[in-house]
Design a protein around this ligand. Structure first.
Ligand SMILES: C[S@@+](CC[C@H](N)C(=O)[O-])C[C@H]1O[C@@H](n2cnc3c(N)ncnc32)[C@H](O)[C@@H]1O
Length: 321
C-alpha cells in the first residue's frame, strides 16, 4: 500500500527506483528488447512519457502525473502477474532505432540482423542491391530496416502466417513503406515463383526442441511456430540452404540468424564457408553465405552422393544368406 502511494506524483528517478525494485523481486525473464529490470523500467517510463529509447538521466527530476504513475503501477502489476513481455503490454517494440507495433501474433523483434543493416552491409554485398527478400518477416521489422538501409531497393517480405502479415502491414503503414515493400504469404520460398534477390535476410524459427521444452513463461507468450526449429533447431535453415541459391542473383548474399546453433550447422555442413559477422551477440549468431558458396555443389551433394552410393551398393551387394 505504502509503495502504491509513493509512486504517484513522484519524480521519474523515484518511479524508476521503485519499479526496478518490484521487477527484480519478481524474478522475471528478459530478452524481448530489454536486458534487465533497469532496462524494462526505463522502457515503461519512456513509453508513458511518449519518448523513444534514451537515457532517463536528463529526465530524473521530471514529475509523473498521477495518471502516468497509476498507469506505470498497473503495467508493472500486469508484467509480474502475466509474465508477458513488456512489448506486448505496450503494443510497442524498438529495433535498430525504429518503432514497431507488436502483439501476440508475432514475436517481439530482436534480430541481430537489424544491427548489420543499420551499420551498413557494404563490406559484404557485392554490387548494387535492388531486390531484397525478408524471409519469415513476422512483424516486418527487418523488411523496414532493409528498406531504410537500401533506399533504392524493392523488397519482398514473406511469412506463411496470415496473422503475422497483418501486423507487418500495419508496420509498413507506420513507416510509409507500403509502396516499396510487397507482402507475400508463402511457405518459405514456395510462393515466390522464380524471383531472384541480391540479398535475402532471414530470421527463421531456430529454437531446438530441447530448449522449446524449457522456454520461460515470457517466451511462451510468443507464437510457438515462430520459434520452433525442430530437433536441432536447423529444420528451416536446411530448407533455406537447399532452396536459397535458386532465389539469389549471381552475386547474391544470404544473411541468416541461427542463435546458438553454429556448432550444429558447421557439423552438418563442414565444407561450406559460412561467414560469421560480429554482432552484439558476438560472432556466431548470424551467418552469411554468397550464392557461389551454397552447399548444393559441396556438402549437400556430397551427402546425397554418399546416400546414392550406399543405396547402389545395397542393391548390387549379394544378399546374405
Ligand atoms: C523468429 S520469427 C522472425 C520474425 C521477424 N523476422 C523478426 O526478426 O522479428 C520467424 C517467423 O517465421 C514464420 N514462419 C514459420 N514457419 C514458416 C514457414 N514455413 N514459411 C514462412 N514463414 C514461416 C513465423 O510466422 C515467424 O513470423
Amino acid at each position: 500500500m505504502r509503495e502504491r502511494g509513493a509512486v504517484a506524483g513522484t519524480t521519474v528517478a523515484a518511479a524508476f527506483r521503485q519499479s526496478v525494485a518490484r521487477l527484480r523481486a519478481a524474478r522475471l525473464r528478459y530478452g524481448h528488447g530489454t536486458h534487465d529490470a533497469r532496462d524494462e523500467a526505463a522502457f515503461f517510463i519512456l513509453h508513458l512519457l511518449d519518448l523513444p529509447p534514451q537515457s532517463l538521466a536528463p529526465l530524473a527530476d521530471v514529475r509523473l502525473t498521477q495518471r502516468q504513475a497509476g498507469h506505470l503501477r498497473a503495467l508493472i502489476d500486469r508484467r509480474i502477474r502475466t509474465r508477458a513481455p513488456a512489448a506486448y503490454l505496450l503494443r510497442e517494440a524498438w529495433l535498430g532505432g525504429l518503432r514497431f507495433y507488436v502483439d501476440r501474433r508475432v514475436i517481439v523483434p530482436r534480430s541481430f540482423i537489424a544491427e548489420l543493416l543499420r551499420e551498413g552491409m557494404e563490406p559484404w554485398v557485392r554490387g548494387p542491391v535492388r531486390q531484397v527478400l525478408d524471409l519469415c518477416t513476422g512483424c516486418g521489422c527487418l523488411a523496414v530496416a532493409a528498406a531504410q538501409a537500401f533506399p533504392r531497393a524493392r523488397i519482398d517480405a514473406s511469412d506463411d502466417s496470415r496473422p503475422a502479415l497483418a501486423v507487418a502491414r500495419r508496420n509498413l503503414a507506420l513507416h510509409r513503406l507500403g509502396h516499396r515493400v510487397r507482402l507475400v504469404q508463402s511457405d518459405l520460398f514456395a510462393g515466390l515463383g522464380r524471383r531472384r534477390y541480391d540479398l535475402i535476410i532471414c530470421n527463421p524459427p531456430y529454437v531446438a526442441a530441447a530448449s522449446m521444452r524449457r522456454l520461460p513463461a515470457e517466451y511462451r507468450c510468443e507464437p510457438r511456430r515462430a520459434l520452433a526449429g525442430g530437433h536441432d533447431g536447423l529444420d528451416f535453415v536446411r530448407r533455406i540452404l537447399e532452396q536459397g541459391a535458386a532465389h539469389l542473383t549471381a552475386r547474391g548474399l544470404l544473411v541468416c540468424e541461427i542463435g546458438h546453433n553454429r556448432a550444429a550447422l558447421e557439423r552438418a555442413y563442414p565444407r561450406t564457408p559460412f561467414l560469421w559477422p560480429e554482432t552484439s551477440a558476438g560472432p556466431g549468431h548470424v551467418f552469411m553465405l554468397g550464392r557461389a558458396d551454397f552447399p548444393l555443389s559441396r556438402d549437400a551433394s556430397a551427402c546425397r552422393g554418399r546416400a546414392t552410393r550406399r543405396r547402389a551398393q545395397q542393391s548390387t551387394r549379394p544378399r546374405a544368406r
